[in-house]
Design a protein around this ligand. Structure first.
Ligand code: DGJ
Length: 709
C-alpha cells in the first residue's frame, strides 16, 4: 500500500470512493442519478491510474438492455433488470427507490454513503469498512424510514435488503466455487463453470444450513491453489440468507446477497432502521490457497472473540453414550479422558428434564434426577479435580412438546397456531424474537453456567424452521431476522457475564457455521460425520473460509457409527489433528494399548497445536487426489507440520513427493522424526516423501524445524 494513502477516501467533487488494503483496491463512483456504481476491485492502482478509469457507458445499448454500470446495491427502478438488492413497497403500492446522494462520512477505515429517496422518506446508508492487517472489505446497508410518526407516509414494506452487491471485472470466463452438502456431509467444495443465468445460493431453513454456505469464490476458470485471481465473499449471518449470482448475456458477473430468503419481508415504520449484516469481500491475486489464508487472517484478527487462546483437547460423550448419560458413567469416561490427555470434558445431550431419548425434555434445563440425583455439580467438581474444564451441551432454541416448558408456554414457539406444526426430531423452535423468550434463555443459561461451574457450552440446534409465524404480531416475518439476532445477543450476554466461558457452535454438526456465529463462539462442531475418510473432504471445504482453530474434529470409534468404516487409530488422529482435536469415542471399550497410543498422539498434538491452530495453512495436495496433504507453517516460519492422508492404496502408485512452496528455498529444515536436514530449495521445488505406510488409511505427520543460519 502507498504509505501516504488513507485506507478509505471519498472525493465529493468526482464522487469517487476508494478503499485500499495492502494488496487490493476497491473503487466506486456516484453516477449522475445519484446511485453508487461499481468501478474496480483488484490489485492496487495509483490515484492517477484510477482517475483515468472510464465509467461504464452512461446509456444502455438499446431500449431493452440493462444499464451497463453495475450497482453497489441495485434498487428496483431504472434500466436495471437483474436481481434487486433493495426491494421496497410503499403504502400506495409503488415499488422501488430513486436515489439522491445526501452526503458521506469517513471515519478511519469506515465510509458511509447516504442516499435519500427523491420522493419518499427513505434513506439508505451503504457502509464500507477496511479491516486493518487484512485484504478484507466489510460492507453492509442500513435502511431508515425517515418520516415522522404521524407523517403521511405509512409503513414501508421491505421485501429485500441486501448487505451488498459485488462485481467481478470483465473476464474471459467465470467459475463459481461454493460449498454444498447436507447433514453428515457438510462443506463439500463445488467448483463449476458459472452459467449465463441467475444462480441462487440460499438457506430457507432459519439456520445458515448444512446444504449451502454463504461463501463463494469467483475466478476465470484457471485459478489454482497457488496462482490466479480470486474474488471471494462471505456473509456474517446465522439464519436464512440468499445470494444471487448473475452472469448476464452481456458478459458481466455480479452477485448480491444478504439475510432472509425470498418471500419474507419486514415492515419499516417511521423512525425505524433495518441494519443488514456484514458481507465481507476479499480479492486475492495468488490463488485459492492465498484467498483462504486471507480469510483465516481476517477471522482471527476481526471475527473471533478469543483467537489467541489455544483450543483445548476436548472429550465429548455423545458417540459413547448417546442419551444414556448418568453421573457414574460420565465420571468413568472423564477419568479415561483425563488419562488420554483431554483438557475439557463435555457432557452432551440427555442430562436434563425427562430426556431419555429425543422425544421429550427439551426446554427443561434442570438435571434429570435419575441420572444426576445430586445435580451436575459433583460431576463438574470431579472433572475440575481431574484437571479438565467442564463443558455442557444445550439446545436453548428448541422445545419438545413433551416438556414442562411447552405445556406452560405453547405460545412461545415460532409455529403459527393456524397451521399444523411440523415436528422434526420431535421438536419445535422457540421464537427467540419474543423478548420474553430471549430473556428466559439468557437467564436459564446464565444460571446453568453460574451454578455448575460450566467453562464451555456446546450450543446445538437440531432442526430447521417450518410454518414460522408469530400470532398477534403486526409483522410476523421479522422473526426470521430477530430470532437470529437474539441468539447472537444471548451468546454475547453470556460471554460478557462470564469472561472465561467458551462456546462451541453446533447445529446437528455444521448446520450453523458462519462469520456471524463465529464472532461470539470459539469453535464450531464441523459435522456429525466423524468418519476420517469423509472428514478429509468436509475439512477441505470448511478450510476454504475458516481457520483450523475453529474446526472441531474428534477421534471416535472404529467402525465409525455413521459409515461403518474401520480405520486405524493413527489415521483417525492424523485427520482430526488438522483442526481443534477432540476425542469422542467410547473410551471404556478402548484397550490399554489404544489408550496409551491415544495419550501419545494427544501429547504430540499439544506440541504441534500452536502451529496448527495459529499458523498459516497450505493445502499442498488438495482433497480429491490419491493423497491429501496440508502444511501448517508457524507465522515466523520456524516450525512446520505436514499432515498427509491416503484413504485407499493402489498397487504401483507410489505417492508423489509433496512440494512445500511456502518454505524458504534459501533455508534448511530439520525433520524432527528422522533428524535429517533438508534443503529448502529441494522441499519447495521437488518436495518431500510423505512417508505413508503401506495399505489403506495410511497417514503421516512430519515436523520440520528451520535450521538457524
Ligand atoms: C447434534 C450434535 O451435532 C451432536 O454432536 C450431538 O450433540 C447431538 N446433536 C445431541 O443431540
Amino acid at each position: 500500500m502507498h504509505a501516504t494513502l488513507p485506507p478509505v477516501s471519498f472525493d465529493p467533487g468526482t464522487g469517487l470512493a476508494v478503499l485500499r488494503t495492502a494488496h487490493s483496491l476497491y473503487a466506486l463512483r456516484l453516477a449522475s442519478d445519484g446511485s453508487p456504481r461499481h468501478l474496480y476491485w483488484g490489485p492496487p492502482l495509483d490515484p492517477s491510474e484510477l482517475a483515468r478509469m472510464p465509467d461504464a457507458p452512461a446509456a444502455a445499448a438499446s431500449s431493452f438492455e440493462a444499464d451497463a454500470a453495475a450497482d453497489e446495491l441495485a434498487p428496483q427502478t431504472g434500466a436495471r433488470f437483474g436481481p434487486a438488492g433493495l426491494q421496497v413497497r410503499f403504502a400506495d403500492g409503488t415499488r422501488g427507490a430513486q436515489w439522491r446522494f445526501a452526503g458521506h462520512t469517513v471515519d478511519g477505515g469506515e465510509l458511509r454513503l447516504c442516499l435519500d429517496d427523491r420522493h419518499r422518506p427513505l434513506r439508505a446508508e451503504l457502509c464500507y469498512r477496511v479491516r486493518s492487517g487484512t485484504d478484507v472489505i466489510e460492507r453492509w446497508t442500513e435502511l431508515t424510514h425517515t418520516g415522522a410518526p404521524d407523517g403521511p407516509e405509512g409503513p414501508i414494506g421491505v421485501g429485500r435488503l441486501d448487505s451488498a452487491s459485488w462485481t467481478a471485472p470483465p473476464l474471459p470466463d467465470y467459475r463459481l466455487s461454493h460449498l454444498v452438502g447436507g447433514w453428515n456431509s457438510e462443506f463439500r467444495l463445488q467448483r463449476d463453470r458459472l452459467p449465463v443465468a441467475e444462480t441462487v445460493l440460499t438457506s430457507r431453513r432459519g439456520l445458515t444450513s448444512h446444504h449451502a454456505a454463504p461463501w463463494l469464490a469467483v475466478d476465470d476458470g484457471t485459478a489454482t491453489e497457488d496462482a490466479g485471481e480470486v474474488w471471494s465473499t462471505a456473509l456474517a449471518w446465522s439464519g436464512s440468507w440468499r445470494i444471487t449470482v448473475h452472469r448476464d448475456p452481456g458478459g458481466r458477473t455480479t452477485w448480491t446477497g444478504g439475510f432472509g430468503h425470498e418471500g419474507i419481508g419486514w415492515t419499516l415504520r417511521p423512525g425505524e432502521t433495518l441494519c443488514a449484516p456484514v458481507y465481507a469481500g476479499l480479492y486475492s491475486p495468488d490463488g485459492f490457497g492465498a484467498a483462504s489464508r486471507g480469510w483465516h487472517r481476517y477471522v482471527r484478527a476481526h471475527v473471533l472473540p478469543g483467537p489467541e487462546r489455544d483450543r483445548p483437547v476436548l472429550y465429548n460423550s455423545w458417540e459413547a453414550t448417546g442419551f444414556d448419560v448418568d453421573e457414574a458413567g460420565q465420571m468413568r469416561l472423564a477419568r479415561l479422558a483425563a488419562r488420554a490427555g483431554a483438557e475439557l470434558f463435555v457432557l452432551d445431550d440427555g442430562w436434563f428434564g425427562t430426556r431419555r431419548d429425543d422425544r421429550s425434555g427439551l426446554g427443561d434445563w434442570t438435571p434429570r434426577p435419575e441420572a444426576f440425583p445430586r445435580g451436575l455439580r459433583p460431576l463438574a467438581d470431579e472433572v475440575h479435580r481431574l484437571g479438565m474444564e467442564f463443558g455442557l451441551w444445550v439446545e436453548p432454541e428448541m422445545v419438545n412438546p413433551d416438556s414442562t416448558l411447552y405445556r406452560a408456554r405453547p405460545d412461545w414457539v415460532v409455529h403459527s397456531s393456524r397451521l399444523d406444526a411440523t415436528e422434526l426430531r420431535n421438536q419445535l423452535v422457540l421464537n427467540f424474537a419474543r423478548p420474553e423468550v430471549e430473556a428466559w434463555a439468557g437467564d436459564t443459561l446464565d444460571r446453568l453456567v453460574r451454578e455448575n461451574g460450566v467453562d464451555w457450552l456446546k450450543w446445538d440446534a437440531n432442526r430447521a424452521f417450518t410454518e414460522a409465524g408469530w400470532d398477534g404480531h403486526h409483522d410476523p416475518d421479522r422473526l426470521w431476522i430477530d430470532h437470529t439476532r437474539a441468539v447472537h445477543r444471548v451468546m454475547d450476554r453470556l460471554r460478557a457475564a462470564h469472561p472465561g466461558l467458551r462456546i462451541e457452535a453446533c447445529a446437528g454438526g455444521g448446520g450453523r457455521v458462519d462469520l456471524g456465529i463465529l464472532a461470539r463462539t470459539d469453535q464450531a462442531w464441523t459435522s456429525d460425520n466423524t468418519d476420517p475418510v469423509d472428514r478429509i473432504g468436509i475439512q477441505n471445504g470448511f478450510g476454504q473460509l475458516f481457520p483450523a482453530q475453529v474446526m472441531a474434529a474428534w477421534v471416535t470409534d472404529s467402525p465409525n457409527t455413521a459409515t461403518g468404516r474401520r480405520t486405524p487409530l493413527r489415521f483417525r488422529f492424523h485427520v482430526a489433528m488438522a483442526g481443534a482435536l477432540g476425542l469422542g469415542g467410547d473410551l471404556t471399550s478402548w484397550s490399554g494399548e489404544e489408550l496409551d497410543e491415544a495419550a501419545a498422539l494427544v501429547a504430540l498434538y499439544k506440541e504441534i497445536r500452536p502451529v496448527v491452530q495459529r499458523g498459516h495453512q497450505h493445502r499442498v495436495a488438495p482433497a480429491g487426489g490419491p493423497v491429501t496433504a496440508v502444511h501448517y507453517a508457524a507465522a515466523d516460519g520456524g516450525e512446520h507440520v505436514l499432515l498427509s492422508w491416503r484413504p485407499a492404496t493402489r498397487f504401483g502408485h507410489r505417492p508423489d513427493p509433496v512440494r512445500l512452496p511456502a518454505l524458504d528455498p534459501g533455508a534448511r529444515y530439520r525433520d524432527l522424526e528422522t533428524d535429517r536436514v533438508h534443503s529448502g530449495a529441494v522441499l519447495v521445488r521437488h518436495g518431500i516423501d510423505p512417508r505413508l505406510p503401506a495399505g489403506d488409511h495410511a497417514s503421516s505427520l512430519i515436523r520440520l524445524r528451520r535450521v538457524p543460519s
